[in-house]
Design a binder for this molecule. Structure first.
Ligand code: TA6
Length: 313
């Protein structure tokens, strides 16, 4: 397949042997990153990371075999960027328009320690569709959003949003809706959320305090943990690894698995067994309010380590 105009525009940003731009699934422009320790792939569509893998590990992220790669439709898997809202919104896409917009690749670099860095910019027109989108607010049209992706033995993402207004506060939600690859949903234990409160979407949105040291998934799960800013570990004996998720600038953590009951056309019937979403952001009462001229940074750092033996009860 010949280079599309979008891929041709990316050529000057390539770094030989490290950063290549090429047509990906569905012909969508994809940036492939190779470092001495790892590989990654990021689609300009949604600035969505779809692959991260260190040399000796299975991929860290789950990507549905049935994901569509079509403009205007979210990719199912990897790290969707939920912005500037989280969740459903009447007349517009769920989780905001950032993940169905083609971002611009603004810069690439290779650090002396071998880390590869990418910077993506959300086009200002994203909030519009020939007129402001049904779900968008006027004040969002002037926000500046940039995504920094850093690839080494870990994967780090930073979403930086700036309010250029000289007079107006702007409220928004943001979230890295990360799909982690696991051996089997029955195997894993999630640790780090003990003692925090969550809104349970499966129990009439009631607020519940989580007293479990470890969370195990045995049915459809959709929990929004509020005022939860700490690290989370996903212990996976099946893959003999613990996935470590650290974050900064994030007060909310969402845990989701569709099980067999939430039917999604872009997710195979058995794929629920091989994914768990642990999402890092600021949603609901944890929403971000930017004063005039203020910026916010949502940062997540993820990687895997040998299974923390004592962890799995
Ligand atoms: O992450 C939790 C959630 O809001 C769930 O309610 C579920 O709908 C999931 O996101 C996937 O949403 P999507 O719009 O990507 O199908």
């Amino acid at each position: 397949m010949g280079d599309s105009d979008a891929v041709k525009r990316l050529r000057p940003l390539e770094i030989d042997g490290v950063i290549q731009c090429e047509p990906g699934e569905g012909g969508l422009p994809k940036v492939s990153v190779t470092t001495p320790l790892s590989r990654a792939e990021v689609y300009l569509h949604g600035a969505q990371v779809t692959l991260f893998k260190t040399a000796e590990e299975p991929p860290l992220l789950f990507l549905s075999e049935r994901s569509r790669f079509v403009t205007g439709t979210p990719i199912r898997g990897g790290i969707p960027i939920c912005y500037p809202w989280f969740g459903p919104r009447s007349g517009d896409v769920s989780h905001g328009y950032a993940r169905i917009t083609e971002w611009e690749l603004a810069a690439t670099r290779m650090h002396p320690d071998g880390t590869a860095g990418l910077r993506f910019v959300l086009p200002e027109a994203a909030a519009n569709q020939g007129g402001i989108r049904a779900g968008a607010r006027e004040e969002w049209t002037s926000l500046k959003a940039e995504l920094y992706v850093s690839v080494s033995d870990r994967l780090e993402l930073e979403l930086v949003v700036t309010n250029p207004s000289e007079s107006q506060n702007v409220a928004l939600e943001n979230c890295f809706h990360t799909y982690f690859a696991i051996s089997d949903i029955s195997e894993i234990a999630i640790e780090g959320l003990q003692g925090t409160q969550y809104r349970d979407r499966l129990q009439h949105d009631q607020l519940i305090k989580d007293s479990d040291r470890q969370i195990r998934i045995n049915s459809q799960t959709d929990r929004t943990y509020l005022d939860a800013s700490g690290p989370v570990h996903i212990h996976d004996p099946g893959l003999k690894r613990t996935i470590a998720i650290e974050k900064a600038g994030s007060a909310s953590t969402v845990v989701w698995n569709p099980w067999t009951t939430q039917i999604l056309s872009d997710l195979g019937p058995e794929e629920y067994r091989r994914l768990i979403c642990v999402e890092s952001g600021n949603v609901e009462k944890n929403q971000v309010v930017l004063a005039p001229g203020q910026s916010s940074t949502l940062k997540v750092s993820m990687g895997s380590l040998p299974l923390v033996q004592a962890s799995v009860a």
